[in-house]
Ligand binder design. Structure first.
Ligand SMILES: Cc1cc2nc3c(=O)[nH]c(=O)nc-3n(C[C@H](O)[C@H](O)[C@H](O)COP(=O)(O)OP(=O)(O)OC[C@H]3O[C@@H](n4cnc5c(N)ncnc54)[C@H](O)[C@@H]3O)c2cc1C
Length: 292
């Protein structure tokens, strides 16, 4: 079936209006941003919202990327290409640039938004892993006000998040920290495809020691897209081969992949470790100014 079931269409003119419409139309109403996840699901009738609320008129309000004190604030309507083109993102968060370069194709990157990506909560979604590694937080707004949720607490399972039926994700705040380096490594079947496995690593150095680390994993069934074991293996240690191997082992242990058309469990688990090790090396080199 390639035709959506009938649905009503509304255009939100402000964030408050979107919340008003969601409240008024009830839980069978869905926001649509770029539509790259929702519309295919509607065509396949995996999603059958009674009403679709278009938030594209909010692109000016929610589409900016700016520095606010010690954080970069990314509006939920920022498109993948906005992140790729942003000098601020390139300066502070190479892991996001690495990830964006391998997300889908130019058509999807032109329209797909960061908010739609996070709220779709696909288990192979790349930005969730990268933003979890960076320690980013989401701002979620509803009629009762706003709340802040760590990206690593946003997802409650495949295609499920803590964003309520009458709430909207408005922005993502990514902390800027000193002596940072980050990198993303992904293996896909062909260019533009979803990950077979991917790893995001952020390190914050104190001299030769990794003072703090964030390790995200995509597509390998790691709860909340993170590897706490790999983070613990890195924290407080120098990035020697032994430490990197221990972190890779921990990432393999934190992965819980399933066999599917993208590959068998053992291959994906192997990739989780190998990609984590590669990303650690590149993140450390970037923190030391030894790599781009
Ligand atoms: C061919 C193809 C290849 C792809 N490859 C990759 C890939 O390699 N890696 C990857 O990570 N992704 C990939 N994607 C996914 C793509 O990145 C997402 O489809 C897209 O970014 C989703 O954003 P959107 O704005 O289009 O969301 P929409 O489809 O508009 O919305 C998705 C969901 O999020 C909700 N939503 C949207 N915005 C908000 C908001 N602000 N607040 C609350 N809820 C909201 C909607 O109600 C809906 O449930 C691919 C997609 C396609 C079509």
């Amino acid at each position: 079936m390639q035709t959506p079931a009938p649905f009503g269409y509304e255009r939100a003119t402000s964030v408050d209006h979107a919340i008003e419409l969601l409240t008024q139309l009830g839980p069978e109403a869905r926001l649509v941003a770029g539509g790259h996840s929702l519309l295919p699901m509607m065509k396949l009738r995996l999603a059958q919202p009674e009403h679709v609320i278009d938030i594209n008129p909010l692109a000016a309000e929610l589409g900016t990327i700016s520095v606010d004190g010690d954080a970069v604030v990314i509006g939920a309507m920022a498109r993948h290409n906005d992140l790729l083109d942003s000098a601020v993102i390139a300066e502070h968060f190479p892991v996001l640039v690495d990830a964006e370069k391998v997300i889908a194709d130019p058509i999807v990157r032109n329209r797909g938004t960061i908010g739609g990506s996070l709220c779709q909560a696909d288990p192979a979604e790349d930005l969730s892993a990268a933003l979890s590694a960076l320690g980013a937080t989401c701002t979620i707004r509803g009629s009762g006000g706003t709340r802040s949720v760590a990206v690593r607490e946003l997802h409650t399972g495949p295609y499920e998040t803590v964003v309520g039926p009458a709430e909207i994700l408005t922005e993502i705040r990514v902390p800027i920290r000193d002596s940072a380096g980050s990198a993303y490594e992904k293996v896909e079947r062909r260019v533009g495809d979803w990950a077979i496995a991917a790893a995001a690593v952020c390190v914050w150095m104190d001299g030769d020691t990794i003072a703090d680390a964030g390790v995200g994993l995509a597509a390998v069934g790691a709860p909340h897209f993170v590897s706490p074991g790999a983070e613990a293996a890195l924290r407080g240690n120098s990035p020697t081969d032994d430490v990197i191997n221990a972190a890779a082992d921990a990432a393999r242990a934190d992965a819980n992949p399933t066999t599917d058309q993208r590959g068998p469990t053992e291959y994906k688990r192997h990739l989780a470790g190998e990609l984590t090790a590669r990303a650690i090396r590149r993140a450390v080199a970037r923190a030391k100014g030894e790599a781009n």
